[in-house]
Every structure is written in structure tokens, then in C-alpha cells.
Design a binder for this molecule. Structure first.
Ligand SMILES: NC(=O)c1ccc[n+]([C@@H]2O[C@H](COP(=O)([O-])OP(=O)(O)OC[C@H]3O[C@@H](n4cnc5c(N)ncnc54)[C@H](O)[C@@H]3O)[C@@H](O)[C@H]2O)c1
Ligand SMILES: Nc1ncnc2c1ncn2[C@@H]1O[C@H](COP(=O)(O)OP(=O)(O)OP(=O)(O)O)[C@@H](O)[C@H]1O
Length: 365
């Protein structure tokens, strides 16, 4: 895989991330690969993904050095440029990142020598009744240690706009699109439509639409299902709905989920992958659906999603079950698979000596 230009997205507040960025710059210099820092927020402002990748000279590989938030920022840029993204794990959870920091040079070698696989991840995009905007006074409130805000998403000029169909927005969300109450003490009232049909009207703290990747983020915290990132689906999850029907609904990728703020509701904030991008007033709506574009994530080996889920979410076993026996590996994978199992996606034998699954960082001592 020819990599000519690397874009670096670094967690500015972490010394280990700065050190690992130095290793990436050295590797690039040794291999005559251009390397540019992106998203450094030095001017106290943030730019559209297009402006950032243009300024970085059109990178074909984005390397993120930080945690999941840093990976999400890099994924937004990679999706804009159809570039590969490689996440180096320097965060607290590291659910989305791929390689531990000491392995970053080896990972770049693997990319260069085409010893990687490229995992395709579903992204969300959206339409809205109007262009999204954030009132000026909110920007100051949002700067509580989260850094400057992203600008509102651009309206796409390549799509028809207007009338009942609203405007198409230049959005690619890897995790989720969240509509939440703006006033701390007032829920939002929202009509929820699946595939154009009313499901129900909700009064809730928030309503969110997640990808399979995002199913383990906010949706998970709100009681939503864990969905394999290899699946194709939209997960609708309400957060603290004041009503009897409080379940998630898992929709097909071609079934959009739309949320319309009801006429006497309070205003609602729209966050995309955890970043506030707009405020909706009563009557406004957003429609969320699978983007035609996919994220191209670098994998050094097969993704062991369920091993990662158990490890990084610290899943614990029932005390009674622990007392009743040890869970032996199901299929040890030491002999060839029977023909009727040949088509199944099964990772290799688990590395029982590792503290974290392959590709992960050992937990702090
Ligand atoms: N109550 C909640 O859990 C809650 C509330 C708001 C936002 N979020 C999530 O935070 C995301 C933004 O991440 P951030 O790091 O910038 O915010 P953040 O710093 O507030 O971190 C949220 C947590 O979610 C983890 N995380 C992020 N994406 C994940 C994923 N796909 N699977 C598993 N864990 C994941 C992060 O490691 C972190 O521990 C949003 O997309 C949203 O899903 C979660
Ligand atoms: N490049 C940067 N420049 C300035 N500040 C940054 C930069 N990257 C991160 N930060 C600061 O650190 C905060 C947390 O960043 P982020 O959400 O990306 O963390 P993370 O990568 O998810 O790490 P963790 O997994 O530990 O949460 C940001 O809101 C910002 O205040």
C-alpha cells in the first residue's frame, strides 16, 4: 500500500502521545514520506475536515495518537479524504485504537509492506430541516477543557436541497448522532420516525442513533445492545425516556431514523461523535442514515471484538458461575475447521498469556 503523505492527530495534553508522534515523524523522514500535524488547535479555532486535510496536503494515512476521542477526530478527517486511519492507543479505554505506542514503527512498516488488512466501518450521515448552527454564547460555555468547537457541518452542494427533504449535511459519524436536552432541568419532546413512519413520541434526556461501532459508546451506557462492528445497522437508543417503551430499536442500514423536536419542547443540542455541532428549535428535525462512504481502518491482525469487549469494558463473571467452574476455550483452533464451519468469522486461538488482546496496551500496574 503506497503511503505518500501521513497526517498526524495528536492528543496535545499527553506527553507519551507527543513522544510517539516524534517516532512517527522519524519513521516518515527515514522513508521519504511527508508528515504533517493536523488538528493542533494552535490558533484557538477548529476547521472543517476539508480545510484540515487540504492544509495537511491531502494525506492518505491518518495516524492518531491518543484515546478514543482522538481516534474519532482522526476518523472524521480520514473519511473526508477516503484515507486510511491507524489508531495508536494512548488513552484510558482505547476501544477504537489498534496498536500500542511501542509498536507504532512496526505498524507503519506493516502498512508500507502491505501486511495489513483494511477494515471497513459503517458511518452515519444526515439531513436536517435547516443548516445547523450553535448560538454564539454557547461556544464560551463549551470550552470547559474540551478545546475549541468544530464549526457546524457544511451543507452539501452536490445534493438537492429544500422543501420537505431539508438539506444534506457534510457529516460522517463513526459513533453516533445525539439529540439531547439543552436545559439541564427540562427533557426534550421528540417524535421518532423509522423508515419515514412514526415510531413514538418521546420525552427524554436524549435520543441517539449509533452505528455498530458506536453501540459500545453512549448507546451502551444508556442500556443499548452491543452490536458487532462487522454488522450493518442503525441503533436507536433513548436516554432516560419518561415512558413505558424504553427499548433500543435496531434498524437496517437503509432505514433512516429521523427525530423531530415537538412544537412545545425545549431546544435540543445535536452532537456528532461527542462534538456539539448544532442546536435545534421546536419544529426542526434531523434524519440520520448510513453514509455511502465507509471508514477504512488499518488492522494488523484479525479484530478480536469480543475479546476487546470483555477486556476493556472489564466484564466480570457471575460470582456463582466462578465458583461453579472455569470457562475453557470453546474451539481451541489447533486443528483444521470442519467444512460446515469454514465460512464463519472466528479469530485465532486466544493468547492466554496476554494481559490485553493482541493490539492492545497492557493495563497500568
Ligand atoms: N454517558 C456516556 O457514556 C456518554 C456521554 C456522552 C458521550 N459519550 C460518547 O463519547 C463519544 C465521544 O468520545 P470521546 O472520547 O470524545 O468522549 P469522552 O472523553 O467523554 O469519552 C467517552 C468514553 O467513551 C469511550 N468511547 C468512545 N467511543 C467508543 C466506542 N466506539 N466504543 C467504546 N467506547 C467508546 C471513550 O474511550 C471514553 O471512555 C461519543 O461518540 C459518545 O458515544 C458517552
Ligand atoms: N491536539 C490537542 N491539542 C490541545 N488539546 C488537546 C488535543 N488533543 C486533546 N486535547 C485535550 O484533551 C481533551 C481530551 O481529548 P480526547 O477526548 O481526544 O481524549 P482521548 O484521546 O479520548 O483520551 P482518553 O481516552 O483518555 O479520553 C480534549 O478535550 C482537549 O482538551
Amino acid at each position: 500500500m503506497t503511503v505518500n503523505r501521513v497526517g498526524l492527530v495528536v492528543h496535545g495534553g499527553r506527553a507519551e502521545a507527543q513522544a510517539a508522534a516524534g517516532a512517527v515523524r522519524d519513521w516518515c523522514a527515514e522513508h521519504a514520506v511527508e508528515c504533517t500535524d493536523i488538528d493542533v488547535w494552535q490558533e484557538g479555532a477548529r476547521h472543517s475536515a476539508r480545510a484540515e486535510v487540504d492544509a495537511a496536503g491531502d494525506p492518505d494515512l491518518i495516524v492518531t495518537l491518543g484515546g478514543d476521542g482522538t481516534f474519532l477526530r482522526g476518523a472524521r478527517l480520514a473519511a473526508e479524504n477516503d484515507a486510511l486511519v491507524l489508531g495508536v492507543d494512548l488513552g484510558r479505554v482505547g476501544f477504537l485504537t489498534e496498536v500500542p505506542a511501542p509498536a507504532v514503527r512496526a505498524a507503519l512498516d506493516a502498512v508500507r509492506e502491505e501486511r495489513i488488512t483494511v477494515e471497513s466501518r459503517m458511518l452515519l450521515t444526515m439531513r436536517a430541516s435547516c443548516r445547523l448552527e450553535v448560538p454564539a454564547q454557547m461556544e464560551a460555555l463549551m470550552r470547559y477543557g474540551r478545546g475549541p468547537m468544530l464549526p457546524p457541518p457544511r451543507v452539501r452542494v452536490d445534493c438537492a436541497a429544500g422543501g420537505d427533504w431539508g438539506v444534506a449535511l457534510n457529516v460522517t459519524a463513526l459513533n453516533d448522532v445525539v439529540l439531547e436536552k439543552l436545559a439541564r432541568d427540562r427533557q426534550v419532546s421528540v417524535a421518532v420516525y423509522l423508515a419515514g413512519r412514526l415510531l413514538a413520541c418521546y420525552s427524554a434526556d436524549a435520543l441517539l442513533v449509533a452505528t455498530p461501532t458506536g453501540s459500545t459508546a453512549y448507546s451502551f451506557a444508556a442500556g443499548g445492545p452491543v452490536v458487532s462492528p462487522r454488522a450493518e445497522a442503525l441503533v436507536f437508543t433513548p436516554v432516560a425516556p419518561h415512558m413505558v417503551f424504553n427499548r433500543s430499536v435496531v434498524a437496517a442500514p437503509d432505514e433512516p431514523v429521523a427525530l423531530r423536536v415537538l412544537e412545545r419542547s425545549g431546544q435540543a443540542a445535536v452532537s456528532i461523535d461527542g462534538q456539539l455541532r448544532g442546536v435545534l428549535s421546536p419544529g426542526d428535525w434531523i434524519g440520520v442514515y448510513a453514509a455511502p462512504r465507509r471508514l477504512k481502518a488499518v488492522r494488523l491482525g484479525p479484530m478480536d471484538f469480543y475479546g476487546r469487549l470483555r477486556e476493556r469494558m472489564n466484564l466480570t463473571d457471575a460470582p456463582a458461575a466462578l465458583a461453579d467452574g472455569r470457562a475453557a476455550p470453546l474451539w481451541p483452533m489447533t486443528s483444521p475447521r470442519p467444512a460446515d464451519l469454514a465460512h464463519l468469522a472466528l479469530p485465532g486461538a486466544p493468547d492466554v498469556t496476554a494481559d490485553r488482546p493482541p493490539g492492545g496496551t497492557p493495563p497500568p500496574a
